[in-house]
Design a protein around this ligand. Structure first.
Ligand code: FMN
Length: 259
């Protein structure tokens, strides 16, 4: 333990691995992550609460600007609330697809085959809404609460969401990153506290929130989940079309033989 500028530093726990072990772990993780796909059809089977809680703890391990952890994850299991979210999201999305989205945007979305219908918001057993906190409230030296600015909020929330998606995938749960826009309806449906707390959690009337939804076990009896454009992805990820044609070391060649 040591002191620096009045702050305590403790020894870093760090696992030193052999190169073989590093390469083996790298490929184990890559193998797992290459099967991660956005899924838009879900089974209504309940997800064990422990899995969701563990995934959120992993997400909260993400690095963040000045360690301010400027995120709030809200887990929604209540069918009535999910229904309200679906109705509100579909109203916004219908407007988007029928009026607001410029042609460019619609063209970009076309290969995904999405439209304004979002029935998965009702069906998936669990939705996770992610709110960014642009400001925090902390006590000053006299104990009075004061508003402090958070730094690199967008980046920090994005990284935490990446951890979340990777954790859920690692556990064998499927996810869709869903960003109906605008998402002001989320704070209304979820009854986030008004005025003061709202200033704290959502500094603008138009909170930039990201709805991370919905983790669910794959319904194996109903066949594989719907994947868009699978052929293109399969070709891109095929070992016969290397994305990074770097010469492989002997160790790497050995480690990647099974890919
Ligand atoms: C920030 C972000 C927002 C997204 N918003 C939506 C969305 O609103 N609706 C949707 O169906 N997919 C959404 N997606 C999923 C992307 O369409 C998907 O990740 C992309 O097509 C790549 O497919 P893959 O995840 O299967 O690799 C979003 C993804 C990200 C990262």
């Amino acid at each position: 333990m040591s002191e620096r500028n009045g702050h305590t530093f403790i020894p870093l726990e760090f696992e030193h691995l052999s190169t073989e072990e590093q390469v083996s772990r790298a490929h184990e993780f890559e193998l797992r992550m290459r099967t991660r796909r956005t899924v838009r059809q879900f089974s209504p089977r309940q997800v064990p609460r422990e899995l969701i809680e563990t995934a959120l703890r992993i997400a909260s391990r993400a690095p963040s600007g000045a360690n301010q952890q400027p995120w709030r994850f809200v887990v929604i299991l209540d069918p009535e609330i999910k229904r309200k979210i679906r109705i509100a999201a579909e109203a916004e999305e219908r407007d988007n697809y029928e009026r607001r989205f410029p042609h460019e945007w619609l063209d970009a979305l076309a290969p995904l085959g999405t439209d304004w219908h979002k029935d998965f918001l009702d069906i998936a057993p669990c939705l996770i809404a992610v709110f960014r906190l642009d400001y925090g409230i902390v006590p000053d030296r006299e104990g009075n609460l004061q508003k402090i600015k958070h730094y690199y909020v967008q980046e920090s929330v994005g990284i935490a969401c990446g951890f979340l998606i990777a954790a859920l995938h690692w556990m064998g749960l499927a996810t869709l990153t869903h960003t109906p826009s605008p998402m002001g309806f989320l704070s209304q449906v979820l009854k986030r506290p008004a005025t003061r707390n709202r200033t704290f959690s959502f500094p603008s009337d138009f909170p930039r929130t990201t709805l991370r939804s919905p983790p669910s076990p794959r319904n194996l009896s109903a066949g594989p989940p719907f994947f868009w454009n699978d052929t293109t992805h399969a070709a891109l990820l095929s070992p016969t079309t290397p994305l990074t044609p770097l010469p492989l070391s002997k160790t790497m060649r050995r480690a990647t033989r099974h890919l």
